[in-house]
Design a binder for this molecule. Structure first.
Ligand SMILES: [Zn+2]
Length: 213
């Protein structure tokens, strides 16, 4: 599941091309590691990842500190949550971004959220809850609401989390035949699900921005 961590996802507005050049030529030095903003030698690990919000405050994705700092230096984003400590170059000190917000609204293409369907993403979307009986059982499976053998497709709208007993019980029946209907109609998950999957440990500072997104 690497798509959500891709720092380019959601930032393809045309305004971010050539980010690595120009004004952002600086050598950051945080935690003893160097990140050459303008170079290819980036030593990742200068303090982790940064949550990127759209101008509307909707979370879009996650990127690394280097990229976030470039966006801020180029005034394409502002820091809304700061991390502890600062990043230093020879002459300048930079605030350490933790959450940034794009200055201009970026239209996120619909299909960005129609990412690859994985078991993990389906379970995360459904809050690890069987959509038929409502139990948060261990060993959840995914179930095709309309079975594949009945022409059901492998799309977000047709796949739900299901405990093994419900999955067995439903078998090759349609919801109507089995009298088993998903509790909420399945749909493609929002970016938060992928941000959560990409960052197993969600920093506290991110939480307010991920609620109900
Ligand atoms: Zn169940």
């Amino acid at each position: 599941m690497d798509a959500p961590a891709d720092p380019h996802v959601g930032l393809r507005s045309g305004s971010t091309s050539g980010l690595a050049g120009g004004a952002a030529e600086a050598h950051l030095n945080g935690n003893g590691a160097h990140a050459h903003l303008n170079g290819h030698r980036t030593h990742v690990g200068i303090g982790g990842r940064v949550l990127v919000l759209n101008a509307s405050y909707e979370p879009i994705n996650v990127c690394n500190i280097r990229r976030a700092t470039v966006l801020v230096l180029k005034e394409r984003a502002e820091i809304v949550e700061r991390g502890e400590g600062a990043l230093h170059s020879e002459r300048l000190t930079f605030e350490r971004p933790c959450v940034i917000r794009l200055v201009r609204y970026v239209r996120v293409p619909r299909d960005v959220h129609r990412r690859k369907i994985t078991r993990k993403a389906v379970l995360a979307r459904d809050a690890w809850t069987c959509q038929y009986c409502g139990r948060q059982a261990a060993g959840l499976t995914v179930d095709h609401v309309i079975p594949r053998s009945r022409g059901g497709q492998s799309v977000w709208e047709n796949i739900v989390a299901s405990c093994a007993p419900c999955n067995r019980k439903k078998g090759n029946k349609t919801p109507r035949e089995a009298s088993m209907h998903p509790r909420s109609s399945p749909r493609p998950p929002g970016p938060t699900v992928f941000i959560q999957l990409a960052s197993p440990r969600i920093p506290v500072a991110w939480e307010p921005y991920l609620v109900a997104a």
